[in-house]
Design a binder for this molecule. Structure first.
Ligand code: IPM
Ligand code: MN
Length: 364
């Protein structure tokens, strides 16, 4: 197959982790029958500096035509003035929205070799296998904002249709896994959460009778995620709760540098989380940010980006065997304790390129 992959390195460590990941995809493409072309475009702070907007029209245009998009990270102190009119993060939100990527899958599967890096007791982590499905194009991230000298507001709004489609994606995924779906909200306080809970309950009752649905309030979910993570299979939640809970969940895996994500559109997620009949354009990015404190040093953990590339192979290109091979290669590198500084004991760390090279060497 031939695939046209749009590459958006972005800011901070983004260019480093993306350039470490492309050779992994190239190694996959070297297999008979595949050819990938990579087209690099600007997004985020670098795009504010050059074309002058965080999501240049040319980037969105290229992304629309692509088979898949691989993104590094956006943001940094250079563009973080609280009074700035444009921010790098707007570019990320705009591309998610512009491509209709409403379902953000964030798998959390602690790896045995990295358990020691987690602040949570190892016995609680064994067998943990969660996918958080974060709603990505609605809620407080996208509501009207106001700001005056004396007050500010961010509107949180959800429509029934927005809730239905992401719950369907999550329930479809749950059905292909252990059949357990946890919907997270703040229905004791927020009206949007009461709507969320009603819609989730109806969609699962009417369309997914084989899926068990549990509702959790977000505050107690934040606790249970650490105290009994094995109890969860698929978690579906609104945009901001999903953002917060997944940074928390990354501590189960031992590092933010290990969590990948896939942002997908209209619900064509099939068994095993793979696409159903049609291929689906998606955006793939690590869940972590641009880590300005370590940017340019070549020491960032590339595994989350490499694992995001595996999700790209699976969800957008339909290359399940190749995706599994990349995941197995990362797993093998972790087994061999090829750790970047976020995971390694002092003095034992490899750099970004060495970690990526270890993955390539372990690709079957
Ligand atoms: C993420 C990030 C982004 C978000 C930021 C950079 C806008 O934290 O992908 O989790 O909040 O969605
Ligand atoms: Mn986040």
């Amino acid at each position: 197959m031939h695939a046209n992959i749009v590459v958006l390195p972005g800011d901070g460590i983004g260019p480093e982790i993306v350039s470490a990941t492309l050779p992994v995809l190239e190694a996959v493409a070297a297999r008979p029958g595949h050819s990938f072309s990579f087209q690099e475009h600007d997004i985020g702070g670098i795009a504010i500096d050059r074309p002058g907007e965080p999501l240049p029209a040319s980037t969105l245009e290229a992304a629309r035509k692509a088979d898949a998009i691989l993104l590094g990270a956006v943001g940094g102190p250079k563009w973080s003035d609280p009074n700035a009119k444009v921010r790098p993060e707007q570019g990320l939100l705009a591309i998610r929205k512009g491509l209709g990527l409403f379902a953000n899958l964030r798998p959390v599967r602690p790896h045995a070799a990295a358990l020691g890096a987690s602040p949570i007791k190892s016995e609680l982590l064994e067998g943990v296998d969660i996918v958080v499905v974060r709603e990505l194009t609605g809620g407080i991230y996208f509501g009207d904002k106001t700001r005056s000298a004396t007050d500010a507001s961010d509107l949180c709004r959800y429509t029934v249709a927005e809730i239905e489609r992401v719950v369907r994606s999550a329930a479809t995924l749950a059905r292909s896994r252990r059949g357990h779906l946890t919907s997270v909200d703040k229905a004791n306080v927020l009206e949007t959460s009461r709507l969320w809970r009603d819609v989730a309950a109806r969609v699962v009752r009417e369309e997914f009778p084989d899926v068990t649905l549990e509702h959790q309030l977000v505050d107690s979910m934040a606790m249970h995620l650490l105290s009994r993570p094995r109890a969860y299979d698929v978690i579906v939640t609104e945009n901001m709760f999903g953002d917060i809970l997944t940074d928390e969940a990354s501590m189960l895996a031992g590092s933010l540098g290990l969590l990948a994500s896939a942002s997908l559109g209209d619900g064509k997620i099939g068994p095993d989380g793979s696409p159903k009949a049609e291929r689906q354009v998606g955006l793939f990015e690590p869940i972590h940010g641009s880590a300005p404190d370590i940017a340019g040093k070549g020491i960032a953990n590339p595994y989350a980006t490499i694992l995001s590339a595996a999700m790209l192979l699976r969800h957008s290109l339909g290359l399940e065997a190749e995706a599994a091979a990349v995941e197995a290669a990362v797993s093998a590198a972790l087994d061999d304790r090829v750790f970047t500084a976020d995971l390694a004991a002092a003095g034992q760390a490899v750099n970004t390129q060495q970690a990526a090279q270890a993955v390539i060497e372990r690709l079957r």
